[in-house]
Write a protein that binds this ligand. Structure first.
Ligand code: ATP
Length: 372
């Protein structure tokens, strides 16, 4: 585990991050998904506090925009530290901490939580920290606040930043660390009076972008005017009709059509060019998704696929369609998972068996890191 932690891009900047945090009240940290911001930086701070003999008095709060990430991250961090959430399994390298006194990792989300007297690193939702601020305006005893995923710009997150900015002059020893993907770091830095920015370079996983034309070329799938209307089942005929009869194009659809027209796609096969000429950008295209999933599952080693949809209706209808497919609907090979904020957290965390594929449907693309 230690070797894995050291292999993450964040580790190379550990000292620089800690130095900057000790010298500045606010620091903005950015880096690509998976570089180790969420799981590592809070631990670096905790470890440096332990090294400075402040482990028993530090209190680090790391906010997450969603319940599922607060819970999953705390579990992961506890596991990396050889702990179970809320209890201590002490094989700390230093013998300084007795079993009971070892600083622990916990989480708190609405109506659920695992934290105790010795919790020094707490993952919680933004809403939980806002609620605490209602009754404890100066965050008494808190030494570090880490606001993660600030680029998502939710109402709660923005409001939290306003409240924290107001609090900082009254708590000069409090440290605020803002973490974001690469987007918008400057914006947050300037909001906090030019706070220093640290960028963690490097990818943990290689990322390749494949656009529609590449997918059509790769899979040989042919789009026709008829196979792009999705089946929402008998009860939802209105949705199919809306798709088929839509007269006014959305702004995005018009922009996409203009871009498609402007490009001649000369390097692609006639089949792909023909498909693109009749593509309806307003349609989600369940059939294309089904075809692509089959292609991935047949060609690649077992793994996971995330499919982002626009809403619960789409998620359910697509899942229904795939369940009837001989390959995708085979529960011994593929685990189909629908995920939505209204579902219980236990339902959202289901793991596939060995050598099985997991295909998970999500509504929000920015939730992908949690799901991974
Ligand atoms: N629950 C987990 N199980 C296994 N590995 C995990 C888990 N959580 C994180 N990891 C590993 O730890 C690495 C760092 O994850 P971390 O969440 O800290 O990255 P990040 O930079 O915060 O990404 P993001 O911006 O998406 O939150 C990941 O690349 C992944 O390999």
């Amino acid at each position: 585990m230690l070797n894995f932690r050291r292999s993450l891009p964040a580790y190379k900047l550990r000292d620089a991050l800690l130095n900057s945090i000790s010298q500045n009240q606010v620091v903005v940290v950015s880096g690509e998904t998976g570089c180790g911001k969420t799981t590592q930086l809070p631990q670096y701070i905790l470890e440096s506090e332990i090294e400075a003999a402040r482990g028993a008095v530090c209190s680090i709060i790391c906010t997450q925009p969603r319940r599922i990430s607060a819970m999953a991250v705390s579990e992961r961090v506890a596991a990396e530290r050889g702990q179970n959430l809320g209890e201590s399994v002490c094989f700390c390298a230093s013998s300084y901490w007795t079993r009971d006194a070892e600083p622990k990792v916990g989480y708190k989300v609405r109506l659920e939580g695992m934290k105790g007297r010795d919790t020094r690193l707490l993952f919680c939702t933004t809403g939980i920290l806002l609620r605490r601020l209602l009754v404890d305006r100066s965050l008494k005893g808190v030494t570090h606040v880490i606001v993660d995923e600030i680029h998502e710009r939710g109402m709660n997150e923005d409001f939290l930043l306003i409240v924290l900015k107001d609090l900082l002059p009254r708590r000069p020893e409090l440290r605020l660390i803002l973490m974001s993907a690469t987007l918008n770091a400057e914006l947050f830095s300037s909001y906090f009076g030019g706070a220093p920015m640290i960028h963690i370079p490097g990818f943990t996983y290689p990322v390749r972008s494949q656009f529609l034309e590449n997918i059509l070329e790769m899979t040989g799938y042919k789009l026709t005017p008829c196979n792009q209307v999705d089946n929402y089942g008998q009860g939802k005929m209105w949705k199919m009709q809306k798709q088929a009869l839509r007269k006014r194009k959305s702004q995005i659809a018009s922009a996409v059509e203009d871009a498609v027209e402007a490009s001649d796609f000369r390097e692609y096969s006639p089949r792909t060019r023909e498909s693109l000429s009749c593509w309806n950008p307003d349609s989600i295209g369940f059939n294309l998704i089904e075809h692509l999933l089959c292609h991935i599952i047949r060609k690649e080693r077992p793994g996971a696929v995330l499919v982002f949809m626009t809403g619960w209706d789409d998620i359910n209808s697509l899942k229904d369609q795939l369940q009837g497919h001989p390959l995708l609907g085979d529960p011994s090979r593929v685990l189909l998972l629908a995920c939505h904020g209204s579902m219980a957290s236990s339902e959202q965390v289901t793991l596939p068996g060995p050598n099985m594929w997991a295909v998970r449907f999500e509504r929000r693309i920015y939730a992908c890191s949690d799901t991974m």
